[in-house]
Design a protein around this ligand. Structure first.
Ligand code: NAP
Length: 504
């Protein structure tokens, strides 16, 4: 990795404090940053370098997965942080910034490689890019790159406009769009799981898979983000980006050792192949919900429209579920069920793959139904894998019972998503970032839902806080059901293996 200057817009903000400084620190102590480190933080606040450095130290003490220890290393890390006052709308502040960046490059003997990280509101993305271009900050002898936070637009049109304005200052291969789900270790592991395990590789297709369920459930409500969330909702905040990215990562097929370009091509293929939803059929495939009052972990919580800052008549969704199909011979006929929501019963991000059980075939009259095999990929908060198989219980006359073989990755010591992603961007590896094609095609798929919501054509279902979401979302699955919502059934219904073999 070549050394560079890390120029952080929004250095006084929440994301910098909670994620970016700890990520840089952990990369630093793991020796993953090459050469002298130089970070220039920006914001309107009149901070000195010393104030900035003490804020960084506070952030490490509070949020870093490894506590900072007083050492020459830590002091070296903190001294790498300097601060410049900058208002994004003031072109003269960028000239000052350029002089600061050049001075540090010369002091530290750094090549002119510049990483611009935009940890600010989306309304600032375009003016910052224009000012980077206009001020000369972007005219480097080395590389320049842009890391950009979500949200990337609020519909297809605004996303295209934003992309055009960034395109005036940065080429596509210089833009790293963060989707922090792509930084999670289990998501980064998905492709290896498929390519390095012949058993899974063989099964990863419609011949063996009955359906795929992708869930990102949160127990928290809208918290302090009412202004943003009520304009965004679950569709824009989670579904268009994180959930569709998980779908692409799950469904793409890659040969071992693929390049970032191949990954992008395959992801693009998946999202381009998701069958579009016809406006008149939307309500059969998409369920929107909003949480009503309920209980989370035994404590009463208010409904969405009683949350501070949320209008009493808000029709914003806090839950969305959809059924979609991928028009590809490998996935033909396999429904993908995707859901995400707030104030749900448990916090969990996971992918569940239900395998087909031919013995449960409809032609098998009077059948004894076998529990399906399930592969569960736990993405967060716990990370790991489990495989549900049927075994014989000798204590119960050989009755079948499902057992789960588990592997828990265990979180301690695992790098955080932001660590992985910032490290990748500094190395110039775009594998786990959202390419423009994917973003645009995701908006294109989602746009009919936005239009139907705006036209009042998609009903908004209530669900009690602390539940698994609206009942209408269960109906999406027809005869199937969402796995792992309930505690596993006790192995009461004895299943006679001989009867199953006979198809009786
Ligand atoms: P925040 O706490 O409100 O911080 C905003 C930052 O922008 C502050 O550092 C602020 O600095 C700076 N800023 C605001 N107006 C400015 C101006 N005119 N000129 C220069 N700087 C200005 O927001 P955040 O939570 O850190 O989020 C930052 C971005 O990340 C947003 O786009 C958000 O959507 C995205 N994001 C955040 C999270 C999260 O967990 N927080 C997660 C995903 C994405 P001054 O006040 O000093 O000017």
């Amino acid at each position: 990795m070549e050394s560079s200057t890390f120029i952080l817009f929004g250095a006084t903000g929440d994301l910098a404090k909670r994620k970016i400084f700890p990520a840089l620190y952990n990369l630093f102590i793991d020796g993953k940053l090459s050469g002298p480190l130089s970070v220039i933080g920006l914001g309107r606040r009149e901070w000195s370098n010393a104030t900035f450095q003490s804020q960084v130290l506070d952030s490490l003490r509070t949020f870093s997965r490894r506590a900072p220890e007083d050492s020459p290393e830590l002091r070296r890390f903190l001294l790498a942080f300097e601060y410049s006052v900058l208002d994004v709308g003031h072109p003269e502040d960028y000239k000052k910034l350029l002089a600061h960046v050049i001075r540090r490059e010369q002091e530290l003997g750094l090549p002119q490689n510049r990483m611009f990280y935009l940890s600010v509101g989306p309304e600032f993305f375009a003016p910052i890019a224009a000012n980077i271009q206009g001020s000369g900050l972007g005219d480097t002898l080395g590389w320049k790159r842009l890391i950009i936070e979500k949200p990337f637009g609020r519909d297809l049109q605004s996303a295209r406009e934003l992309n055009d304005s960034l395109g005036a200052a940065f080429r596509e291969e210089e833009i790293f769009r963060i989707d922090h789900f792509l930084g999670k270790p289990m998501v980064q592991n998905l492709e290896v799981l498929k390519t390095s395990n012949p058993v899974l590789r063989a099964l990863w297709q419609n011949r063996y898979i009955a359906n795929v369920q992708i869930t990102a459930a949160e127990t928290v409500g809208v918290e302090e983000r009412a202004g943003y969330y009520d304009q965004s909702g679950a569709l824009r905040d989670m579904f268009q980006n994180h959930m569709l990215q998980l779908l692409m990562m799950m469904a793409m097929q890659l040969p071992q050792g693929s390049t970032p370009e191949e990954v992008r091509r395959k992801k693009r293929h998946v999202i381009a192949s998701v069958l579009p939803l016809l406006r008149e059929e939307l309500a059969r495939h998409v369920v929107r919900g909003q949480y009503a009052a309920g209980e989370i972990k035994g404590k009463p919580v208010p409904g969405y429209t009683s949350e501070p800052g949320i209008p009493a008549a808000s029709q914003n969704e806090t839950y969305i579920a959809a059924r979609l199909f991928i028009d590809d011979p490998l996935w033909e006929g396999v429904p993908f069920y995707i859901r995400t929501g707030k104030r749900l019963k448990e916090k969990s991000t996971r992918i569940v793959i239900e395998f087909k059980e031919p013995l449960n075939d409809v032609h098998n009259k009077n059948r004894t139904v076998l529990e399906p095999n399930l592969l569960v990929i736990n993405i967060g908060p716990e990370e790991g894998l489990s495989l549900q198989l049927n075994t014989k219980d000798p204590r119960r006359h050989g009755a079948l019972e499902p057992v789960s073989i588990r592997h828990d990755s265990g979180n301690p010591g695992m790098p955080e998503a932001y660590e992985n992603l910032i490290g990748d961007a500094l190395r110039g590896d775009a594998t786990f970032f959202a390419h423009w094609d994917e973003v645009e095609l995701s908006w294109q798929w989602v746009q009919p839902i936005i239009d139907a919501v705006d036209a009042g054509e998609l009903p908004l279902h209530d669900y009690a806080a602390g539940s698994h979401g609206p009942a209408a979302a269960d109906a999406l699955l027809g005869e199937a059901h969402w796995w792992l919502d309930e505690e596993p059934a006790p192995p009461a219904a004895a299943k006679d293996p001989e009867a199953i073999r006979q198809g009786a």
